[in-house]
Design a protein around this ligand. Structure first.
Ligand SMILES: *[C@@H]1O[C@H](CO)[C@@H](O)[C@H](O)[C@H]1NC(C)=O
Ligand SMILES: *[C@@H]1O[C@H](CO)[C@@H](O)[C@H](O)[C@H]1NC(C)=O
Length: 204
């Protein structure tokens, strides 16, 4: 009797340990990695604004400014565009942005570790999102963005604050992966600017 109870207990414990792994479907893993990133991005005001000189800007490619308006424009204009294409662009652009921010931060700068942590989290996100290009050719306009972002001698430069780059990252993440960020009570329009305007203080 004692033996079988012990066995049952053991089996039950085993099940409890294995269950989370079984439930960790690819989508769950994707949302988990994005939520971790989201949490980290909450620190962007302190790290990318308060720790830097007032109005400090860095030079980025035009294409590295990837905002909600870019998403709506691409969705309206590009045929055969899939969400996966935009998610790939988001991943690439923001990894480039982080490299640019790191390039101006000395290793001992208070925001250095924060930025490398973000890079790590991006790598983790990338691991659970196989690129679209494995399955199909992305539309030409998307290929063009990839090419331009990688160009070393770009002619189109803009000066922007690191904080605004990470704000773009944060908002477009909610728009492109909205299934991971939906709240129970009502549908949120993360892709629309009004959503971000009305709750400005709370959401930034
Ligand atoms: C920073 O930018 C704001 C808005 O453009 C401007 O009003 C302010 O004077 C600038 N501050 C400094 C120190 O340049
Ligand atoms: C986003 O739009 C701006 C113009 O507002 C443009 O310069 C930039 O290249 C676009 N970014 C991407 C990734 O298409």
């Amino acid at each position: 009797m004692v033996r079988s109870t012990a066995w049952l207990l053991g089996a039950l414990l085993g099940l409890i340990c294995v269950l989370p792994l079984v439930l960790m479907t690819p989508r769950t893993a994707q949302c988990t990695s994005l939520k971790t990133l989201e949490n980290k991005l909450i620190g962007r005001r302190r790290n990318m604004k308060h720790n830097l000189p007032i109005n400090y800007t860095i030079r980025v490619h035009y294409e590295e400014v990837f905002k909600l308006s870019n998403i709506s424009r691409l969705r309206a204009r590009v045929e055969d565009l899939e969400d996966g294409d935009l998610q790939d662009v988001w991943l690439l652009v923001n990894q480039e942005v982080l490299k640019r921010i790191l390039r101006v931060l000395p290793v001992r700068h208070p925001s250095y570790k924060y930025t490398t942590d973000l890079e790590d989290l991006f790598r983790k996100v990338q691991q659970v999102f196989p690129p679209q290009t494995d399955e199909r050719e992305p539309p030409e306009r998307i290929e063009e963005i990839y090419k331009r972002v990688k160009e070393i001698d770009s002619k189109g430069w803009r000066f922007v604050t690191p904080k605004s780059l990470l704000d773009n990252c944060y908002r477009t993440m909610h728009c492109l992966f909205k299934d991971c960020f939906s709240s129970e009570d009502r549908e949120q329009d993360y892709c629309g600017l009004p959503h971000w305007r009305k709750g400005r203080k709370r959401l930034q």
